[in-house]
Design a protein around this ligand. Structure first.
Ligand SMILES: *Cc1c(COP(=O)(O)O)cnc(C)c1O
Length: 221
């Protein structure tokens, strides 16, 4: 069976880009490969396979349905849902072994209760708003939020992250402010022994221009 040539070229280019990013950020930085929106229209399953076969351990998707599709096609790697989820989606998230993002205490409580019901510990990532102003736990409330979630018996905070809103733009002042706000949150958590293993901020733009935004994981799209 022949696969169309352009797919192979595409996937070779992808592998090439992945190795370029790895070399750029260095071996100690983990990569969360973003495959949302059908991997930007390149085919999320094919792209996921290439990333996972080349050392990427975790993938990022936008919505629950993308996770269901990847699981149904046999992808077993950790899948982080970058967008929010609705309460009525929680059981499906658990059944498909997906990793939700949390930034709302009420939703986190329901997640923990449902995880208890299914007799499981669910990994979650906390999303911090460092300036975009839309969704997320505001940076000055993040430490308190993490402490609440840490006390929820069936949730395990595996990661914490934020997003740069203007890393592609020339004015770096705002991105630097976002980095500082996020770092302050992480320092405060470390100081209170609530240290979280995975910390990530940088999208492609920030990978190129802001090494201080790497923390220990980056999110190229
Ligand atoms: C889409 C997305 C990315 C990747 O962004 P690029 O600019 O394509 O690199 C990273 N993080 C989050 C949270 C995203 O939603």
């Amino acid at each position: 069976m022949h696969r169309p040539t352009w797919v192979e070229i595409d996937l070779n280019a992808l592998r090439h880009n992945l190795f370029a990013i790895k070399k750029w950020v260095g071996p100690q930085i983990k990569i969360l490969g973003i495959v949302k929106a059908d991997a930007y229209g390149h085919g999320d399953y094919e792209v996921s396979r290439v990333l996972l076969n080349n050392g990427v351990e975790m993938l990022g998707i936008a919505i629950l349905e993308e996770g269901i599709q990847l699981r149904d096609k046999g992808i077993k790697a950790p899948l982080l849902i970058l967008g929010g989820i609705f309460e009525e989606q929680i059981d499906t998230v658990i059944q498909y072994g997906l990793t939700p993002t949390v930034y709302d205490l009420k939703l986190a409580e329901v997640l923990s209760k449902r995880a208890y019901y299914f007799n499981t510990i669910m990994k979650v990532h906390v999303y911090v708003d460092t300036g975009m102003g839309s969704i997320g736990v505001k940076y000055d409330k993040a430490v308190e939020f993490v402490k609440f979630v840490k006390n929820m018996k069936n949730l395990l905070i595996e990661g914490i992250y934020t997003h740069c809103s203007s890393s592609d733009e020339k004015d770096s002042a705002f991105t630097n402010l976002q980095i500082k706000r996020f770092r302050d949150v992480l320092d405060a958590l470390d100081a209170s022994k609530a240290c979280i293993p995975l910390r990530h901020m940088a999208n492609s733009g920030a990978i190129l221009g802001y090494p201080e935004a790497y923390f220990n994981m980056v999110r190229p799209g």
